[in-house]
Design a protein around this ligand. Structure first.
Ligand code: F6P
Length: 513
C-alpha cells in the first residue's frame, strides 16, 4: 500500500463514529446533501433515478476523507483508462470496453459497438419480419454473464408484452432445458447460443441437446434456427452456425458486462430494438454522470465510499439489495455475479495481498416478500447489514393503486425502522421486542421502471463495482477463481483418481468412478 493510501485509511479510521440519528440531528440539509439524481430525456421531460444515501453513516468528514482516499488511489486516472479503452484488466492484458457498447469510450470502440449493434438490429428485424418463418419462442442458452443479464432484462421488461417469448436456460441440469422444451413449440422456436468463449461445457452441452430436440420434433434444418452470440465467432462457425447468424462482440467486453453487446440479443428480440436502444441510452446517462462528476458528487463513487466504510471500517461481510418491484426479482442474482466475481479477490492488481474485506457477499430478494422471511435478521440480528432498497414511483401493474401504495409504504417504512429502532414492549424492558436501530440503508427511487431505467440501474452498479475495485486496488475484470473447480471436474470426467477420500467416496457412491 502506498504511503498516501495508508495515510488516507488512517485518517478514515480516526474519524469519530456518529449514529444515524445524531447525523440527522446535526444537519438539517442531510437528505439533500446525500441525495442526487441521474436523469435522461423521457417522454414527458427529464426522467431518472433518485439515489438517497442519507440513511447511511456517510457525513461531510467521511466524504472528505474518502475523497482523499480516491485521490491517493488515483481514481481519476483509472476512470480515464477505463473509459479511454486502455488496458485495465492487467492480468489478461485487456481493456474493458462495455461502456463503448452504449456509446461512451474510445472513438474506435464506440464505432465498433455501433456497427455490431446495427448487425444485431438487422437480424432482430429480419426475425420479426418473418425471414425465418413464424417465430414465437427463443431458447437462450448461456451461463453466468451470458445468461443473468438477459434473464433479468427479459423478466423485467416483458411483463406486459413480449414480441417473442424467451426462455433462458443456464444450468447443465437437464431439468432446466426440459422445462424450456415444455414451454416452447419446436416448430416456431429459435435457439440462441450465448458464450463469450464458445467452449463452456454447460452451454455447449445444452445447445447440442436443444438442436437434437428440434430435429426429433421434425424441424428440417435445426442449425438454420441457431443464432450464436460470442466473442469467438470462428468457434461458432466451426460448431456449425452459419456466419450470417453469428453476432460477435469484442473480446474486451467481459462476460458479466456483456448485456449491452450481442449477448443482449434475446432482450432485443423480446422487447424490440427501440426499447433495447433505450436500455443502452439509460446506461449511457449513467456513464456520462460517472465520467463527468468528481469526488462525492459522483454518485457511483459515493456509493462505493459507503460500501468501503461498511466493509472496511465496520466489518460488514454482506450487503443486501431488496427491490420493491416484482420485475426486479432477478436483480440480486445479477448483482451477485457482477460484484462477487469482479471484486471477490484476495490479491490486488499488482499481485500483493489485499488489506481487508473485499466484495461483500451480495444477497437480497423482493419486497414485500422478504420482509416476511429474512428481515428479522436485519432488524434484530447480530450482523450489521447495509441494505439497498430499489423501487419505482410509477406502478408496474394496472390494479387498484392501493397495491402500489402499500408496496412503497412498506419499502420506506423498512428503511425508517432500520434507522430509528425502538421498543415495542409495554414495559420498554423486554429485549426480545427491542430494535437497536442505527442500521443503514440506501434507497434508489426510480421515476418509472422502463428499459432506460433498467439500463441506468445496471450501469450504476457496474460503475459502483469499478469504483470499489479502484479503492481496493483490485482488478475487477478477471475471474481466475472459477477455474480450479472447472479443471477438477474435467479431471474427474477424464477418469483421474487423484482426489481426496471424501470426493472418491462420493464419486463411487454416485457410481461416477
Ligand atoms: O465460469 C465463469 C465464467 O467465465 C463467467 O465469467 C462467464 O460469464 C461465464 O463463465 C460464461 O462464460 P462464457 O460466456 O464464455 O460461456
Amino acid at each position: 500500500m502506498s504511503d498516501q493510501i495508508a495515510t488516507a485509511w488512517n485518517r478514515l479510521e480516526a474519524l469519530p463514529q456518529h449514529s444515524l440519528q445524531q447525523l440527522f440531528a446535526a444537519d438539517g440539509d442531510r437528505v439533500a446533501a446525500l441525495s442526487g439524481r441521474i436523469e435522461w430525456p423521457g417522454e414527458g421531460g427529464e426522467t431518472g433515478i433518485l439515489f438517497d444515501w442519507s440513511k447511511t453513516h456517510l457525513d461531510g468528514e467521511l466524504l472528505a476523507a474518502f475523497e482523499a482516499l480516491a485521490q491517493a488511489c488515483d481514481f481519476e486516472r483509472h476512470r480515464a483508462k477505463l473509459l479511454g479503452g486502455e488496458i485495465v484488466n492487467v492480468t489478461e492484458g485487456r481493456a474493458a470496453t462495455h461502456t463503448a457498447m452504449r456509446g461512451v469510450g474510445d472513438e474506435a470502440d464506440v464505432e465498433e459497438g455501433e456497427a455490431l449493434l446495427a448487425r444485431m438490429g438487422m437480424l432482430v428485424e429480419a426475425i420479426h419480419g418473418g425471414a425465418f418463418g413464424e417465430i414465437n419462442h427463443l431458447i437462450h442458452i448461456g451461463i453466468g454473464g451470458s445468461a443473468l443479464g438477459p434473464a433479468l432484462a427479459v423478466d423485467a421488461l416483458t411483463r406486459d408484452l413480449a414480441l417473442v417469448d424467451v426462455c433462458v436456460v443456464s444450468n447443465i441440469d437437464g431439468v432446466a432445458l426440459e422445462a424450456a422444451f415444455a414451454a416452447c413449440d419446436p416448430a416456431t422456436t429459435m435457439i440462441a447460443v450465448a458464450s463469450k468463449t464458445f467452449t463452456t461445457i454447460e452451454t455447449m452441452t445444452n445447445a447440442a441437446s436443444a438442436l437434437k430436440w428440434l430435429a426429433e420434433n421434425g424441424v428440417p434444418d435445426p442449425s438454420g434456427r441457431v443464432v450464436a452470440l460470442t466473442a469467438s465467432p470462428e468457434k461458432a462457425v466451426e460448431w456449425g452456425v452459419d456466419e450470417t447468424r453469428v453476432l460477435p462482440f469484442p473480446e474486451s467486453v467481459g462476460g458479466r458486462y456483456s448485456l449491452w453487446s450481442s449477448i443482449g440479443f434475446p432482450v432485443a428480440l423480446a422487447v424490440g430494438m427501440e426499447d433495447f436502444i433505450a436500455m443502452l441510452a439509460g446506461a449511457r446517462a449513467v456513464d456520462e454522470h460517472f465520467r463527468d462528476n468528481d469526488g462525492a458528487a459522483n454518485l457511483c463513487l459515493r456509493a462505493a465510499f459507503a460500501d468501503q466504510y461498511y466493509a472496511r471500517l465496520r466489518g460488514c461481510q454482506t450487503r443486501a439489495c431488496f427491490a420493491y418491484d416484482e420485475r426486479l426479482g432477478l436483480l440480486p442474482d445479477y448483482l451477485q455475479q457482477l460484484e462477487m466475481e469482479s471484486n471477490g479477490k484476495r490479491v490486488k492488481a499488482d499481485g500483493s495481498a489485499v488489506d481487508g474485506l473485499t466484495a461483500p457477499i451480495t444477497w437480497g430478494g423482493v419486497g414485500t416478500d422478504a420482509q416476511h422471511a429474512v428481515f428479522q435478521l436485519l432488524h434484530q440480528g447480530t450482523h450489521l447489514v447495509p441494505v439497498d432498497f430499489i423501487a419505482s414511483i410509477a406502478p408496474g401493474d394496472g390494479l387498484d393503486l392501493a397495491h402500489h401504495a402499500i408496496l412503497l409504504t412498506n419499502c420506506f417504512a423498512q428503511g425508517a425502522a432500520l434507522m430509528a429502532g425502538g421498543n415495542m414492549a409495554k414495559d420498554g424492558k423486554d429485549l426480545a421486542r427491542a430494535f437497536p436501530g442505527d442500521r443503514p440503508s440506501a434507497t434508489m427511487l426510480c421515476d418509472d421502471l422502463d428499459a432506460a431505467t433498467l439500463g441506468a440501474l445496471i450501469a450504476f452498479h457496474e460503475h459502483r463495482t469499478f469504483a470499489n475495485a479502484v479503492l481496493m486496488q483490485i482488478n475487477p475484470f478477471d475471474q481466475f477463481g472459477v477455474e480450479l473447480g472447472k479443471k477438477m471436474a474435467k479431471d474427474i470426467e477424464a477418469g483421474g483418481d487423484e482426489f481426496d477420500p471424501s470426493t472418491q467416496a462420493l464419486l463411487a457412491r454416485a457410481r461416477l468412478s
